[in-house]
Design a protein around this ligand. Structure first.
Ligand SMILES: Nc1ncnc2c1ncn2[C@@H]1O[C@H](COP(=O)(O)OP(=O)(O)OP(=O)(O)O)[C@@H](O)[C@H]1O
Ligand SMILES: [Mg+2]
Length: 200
């Protein structure tokens, strides 16, 4: 947004500022403001204690979240596999649940890209165990080094540069699943990568 605002006075002396330019800039700026406004609302609601819980289908949230990530995964040649067994309706906050999936999926993509994995793959499984819905998200990016395993859910813990990570993703995910929804979020390394497990 800052860039767009600064551009106009720079371009004006060059004769590049016409009706079309102004309309395009205004549209882009409004789109950005809309997005920022939505983000602020999401965060404001995030800490509200008396939000209404509702029944939602985990399968639908998985599909919705994956469609948000589709472009980015395809662009990086990452294959996604979804394996669903049985009914998966739970009580809680659908949007926040989707936010958790998004954070975990973005981390998987980041790890696959950073480590230049050729046949990148993310497998999402949804099933039931002892009356609970269990979602696992597994990648083949090599896993999480043992020495940082205990810290990855801490706020502001990140191994990414300040440009690309703030370290709040997994902290937020843990808060949503465990504090707001009474579930469990855990992680382990498999033979090929990291596997996150959500139980609700
Ligand atoms: N799938 C994964 N494979 C390997 N390492 C991971 C994976 N997911 C998370 N990590 C490690 O855990 C750290 C913390 O993750 P978290 O999502 O909390 O923060 P971030 O991704 O670094 O930043 P942010 O999510 O705020 O953009 C990451 O920096 C990374 O080192
Ligand atoms: Mg993250």
């Amino acid at each position: 947004l800052g860039l767009l605002v600064q551009q106009a006075p720079l371009y004006y002396p060059l004769g590049a500022v016409n009706q079309e330019y102004l309309e395009k800039t205004a549209n882009k700026a409004m789109e950005l403001i809309e997005h920022m406004s939505q983000t602020i609302d999401d965060f404001r609601n995030f800490f509200k204690p008396n939000k209404e819980k509702s029944l939602f289908d985990v399968k639908e949230e998985v599909a919705r979240t994956l469609s948000l990530m589709e472009g980015s995964f395809q662009g990086q040649d990452i294959e996604t596999v979804v394996d669903i067994t049985g009914e998966a309706v739970v009580e809680g906050y659908a949007n926040e649940f989707s936010q958790v999936l998004l954070n975990i999926l973005i981390n998987a993509r980041d790890a696959l890209v950073e480590r230049r994995v050729e046949d990148g793959r993310v497998v999402i499984r949804v099933g039931r165990e002892k009356g609970r819905v269990v979602v696992t998200i597994a990648d083949n990016a090599g896993g999480i080094p043992e020495e940082i395993m205990a810290k990855i859910f801490d706020p502001y813990f990140t191994t990414k540069g300040p440009q690309s990570g703030t370290g709040v993703g997994l902290f937020m995910a843990k808060t949503i699943i465990e504090r707001n929804m009474g579930g469990l979020l855990s992680v382990r390394n498999t033979a090929v990568g990291a596997e996150f497990r959500i139980e609700v």
